[in-house]
Design a protein around this ligand. Structure first.
Ligand SMILES: Nc1ncnc2c1ncn2[C@@H]1O[C@H](COP(=O)(O)OP(=O)(O)O)[C@@H](O)[C@H]1O
Ligand SMILES: [Mg+2]
Length: 289
């Protein structure tokens, strides 16, 4: 595996060790592009985390990287070949996307839904096999959903559903996994579980992960490569320790903050400033207003 710590700072063109790259891509849904001529080289073996305000184009970028939308300019390259030139199953064997929202077929069971992740590995000649069953079992185990396997998907809680979707993506057994807000709906303990799982997949199984995360402090903890987006463009990228500053947080989120070392991990911890009209109870020593 390639150690990417700190090597990705400011890279746009890439160093040749990036299987997934966007080169000058413009992406959108109508006339005006949302993402405009963006370059991104995802370091192989990295846990790349994309952060940015709502509507800054994170999901659009992820969809472009997964070829769900075709760029109006530039191209996305997977293993040095235009991603749109692959057969769709060929892409799906190399790269998986867990979208931000999706709907399950009516009345489907959990095990059947996870099994759908195996579709790219099947063909008329190669139907369901022991390898498929093993991949599904492993995915259920990794996401702590094995005990839900016989349940109906639509009876699950939001957090359980999120873990089942993740299991479906893992059952696909791709080297590259794109996750759009995989921790949404999860309580704090399950958020940590999912991010620990991502870190383990990277370290132990050589996955390359690209995730959109909302929690900047968790992003700073887990990302080996952090990408900050604003208005469809990348404003900073690299080691979270190097790029998360009060100025960046102000620029990207419009939030005044202090950045201190996370007492657990040493990574940057963003602490929002109190506004003068915060309504929070006074601290000891504050003068009454
Ligand atoms: N399917 C769509 N059709 C039209 N506009 C869209 C669609 N999806 C997203 N957008 C617009 O694209 C912009 C970026 O959205 P998105 O990529 O979802 O941002 P983020 O994931 O950072 O919140 C927003 O202005 C949003 O309204
Ligand atoms: Mg989004």
């Amino acid at each position: 595996m390639i150690d990417t710590e700190g090597t990705g700072v400011g890279i746009t063109g890439g160093t040749g060790s990036e299987r997934l790259r966007a080169e000058g891509v413009s992406l959108g849904y109508g006339d005006a592009p949302i993402v405009d001529r963006l370059d991104l080289a995802v370091p192989d073996g990295s846990f790349t985390v994309i952060v940015g305000a709502n509507g800054s184009g994170k999901s659009t970028l992820l969809r472009g990287l997964a070829r769900l939308i075709e760029p109006s300019a530039g191209e996305v390259l997977l293993d040095d070949r235009r991603i749109h030139d692959y057969a769709s199953k060929e892409v799906a064997r190399r790269l998986g996307l867990l979208p931000q929202t999706q709907t399950a077929p009516d009345a489907i069971g959990v095990a059947d839904l996870v099994a759908r992740g195996r579709y790219p590995h099947q063909s008329i000649l190669r139907q369901w096999s022991p390898a498929d069953a093993a991949a599904v079992a492993r995915a259920l185990e990794l996401t702590d959903t094995a005990d839900l396997a016989d349940r109906a998907f639509d009876e699950l809680s939001g957090g359980q559903r999120q873990r089942v979707w993740l299991a479906m993506s893992l059952a696909q057994q791709t080297d590259i996994l794109l996750l759009d807000e995989p921790t949404t709906f999860l309580d704090i303990a399950h958020q940590i579980d999912v991010l620990d799982l991502c870190a383990r997949l990277r370290l132990e199984s050589g996955y390359t992960l690209v995730a959109v995360l909302h929690d900047l402090n968790l992003a700073a903890r887990y990302a080996t490569h952090l990408v900050a987006m604003k208005d469809g463009a990348i404003v900073a990228q690299g080691d979270p320790l190097a790029i998360i500053t009060p100025d960046l947080v102000e620029e990207v989120f419009g939030l005044a903050c202090t950045v201190i070392p996370d007492p657990e991990s040493g990574t940057p911890l963003v602490v929002p400033r109190r506004s003068p009209h915060h309504g929070i109870r006074p601290r000891e020593g504050d003068t009454p207003q």
